[in-house]
Design a protein around this ligand. Structure first.
Ligand code: NAI
Ligand code: 15L
Length: 268
């Protein structure tokens, strides 16, 4: 049966806020979890991924989990280790103990961020490309994908790892013309990842059907994902403001963009 009750971790974040609005349209009942209190949502669970008892209770009875919680930019190794590595392990262990069948894991393009971006005429980057994290952050997403594979092989817990590009209401940079995932396409992709049969551990890229796409969406489409959006209508304005991506600028050489050179640092 299709999952109904879905635990949404990271519900107070940017993507969590968008998905809280969009996923219920697909019939899901969301259970919200975040270390930041969600004052406008009665029943939301305020807890840290470090709190194993709280996690165990949060996952109990859930049909599936959309795991967005964690540090979403570069930070110190120790902070990434606690939130993204230990925290994701704690979540998988709680899910295994409580018999949850499937997790949709918010991986990131930064797990393969040092992959040179395709130039005109080059093939799109496949999901099987060797992982080349561009930060400790990207390294934690690479770990998450391996953890997901282990829990599938060893325990039969399914995961779709979504290497998200940039999911924001609108693209705001020329790079984002290639990696943008509209929020509506994000919800379409998460819905496909929650409902497709027999996913085992499947890795997909998460973006819209952008004209300037860098990666291969075929494993996402194989789940039933049919992206409806394209960043191209934003191209003229963004290129007029920022110029085309400079092939000689190292900030523009790889999928991960400036994460490869001067990554943004988490504020706390
Ligand atoms: P965000 O930083 O806005 O939200 C993350 C949320 O996780 C925050 O509300 C934070 O309070 C919570 N959180 C952090 N550490 C926690 C902990 N130890 N315990 C419980 N909650 C904790 O990030 P955003 O943009 O919403 O991203 C969500 C997820 O998707 C992240 O895992 C991020 O790495 C991933 N992602 C997002 C992309 C995007 O375009 N928004 C692109 C690629 C990946
Ligand atoms: C990510 O992984 C970040 O969480 C998000 O804030 C964006 O920076 C995105 O990648 C990106 O590559 O644009």
């Amino acid at each position: 049966p299709a999952p109904r009750t879905v635990l949404l971790t990271g519900a107070a974040g940017g993507l969590g806020t968008l998905m809280r609005e969009l996923l219920p349209e697909y019939g899901y009942e969301l259970r919200l979890f975040d270390v930041r209190p969600l004052d406008d949502a009665p029943g939301a669970i305020t807890a840290d991924l470090a709190d194993r008892d709280a996690l165990r209770e949060a996952v109990r009875g859930a049909d599936a989990i959309v795991h967005l919680a964690g540090i979403s930019l570069e930070s110190s190794f120790d902070k990434i280790l606690a939130a993204n590595v230990q925290g994701t392990y704690n979540l998988y262990e709680a899910a295994r103990e409580e018999g949850v069948r499937r997790i949709v894991f918010a991986s990131s393009n930064h797990a393969v961020g040092f992959t040179p971006r395709p130039r005109e005429g080059d093939p799109l980057i496949p999901v099987g490309t060797p992982r080349r994290p561009d930060t400790f952050y990207g390294l934690s997403k690479s770990f998450g994908e391996d953890l997901a594979q282990l829990y599938w092989d060893k325990h039969g817990l399914e995961t779709v790892s979504v290497r998200i590009g940039s999911c924001f209401p609108e693209p705001t940079s020329v790079r984002m013309l290639s990696v943008w995932m509209s929020p509506a396409d994000g919800a379409r992709l998460f819905h496909a990842a929650l409902t497709a049969e027999g996913v085992g551990h499947t890795v997909v890229y998460g973006s819209s059907a952008n004209t300037r796409l860098w990666w291969d969406l075929s494993s996402a489409r194989a789940l039933g994902y049919e992206p409806q959006d394209d960043s191209e209508p934003y191209a003229e304005k963004l290129i007029a403001e920022q110029g085309e991506l400079d092939p000689d600028n190292p900030d523009h050489a790889c999928l991960g963009g400036h994460f490869t050179t001067n990554p943004p640092i988490w504020p706390y």
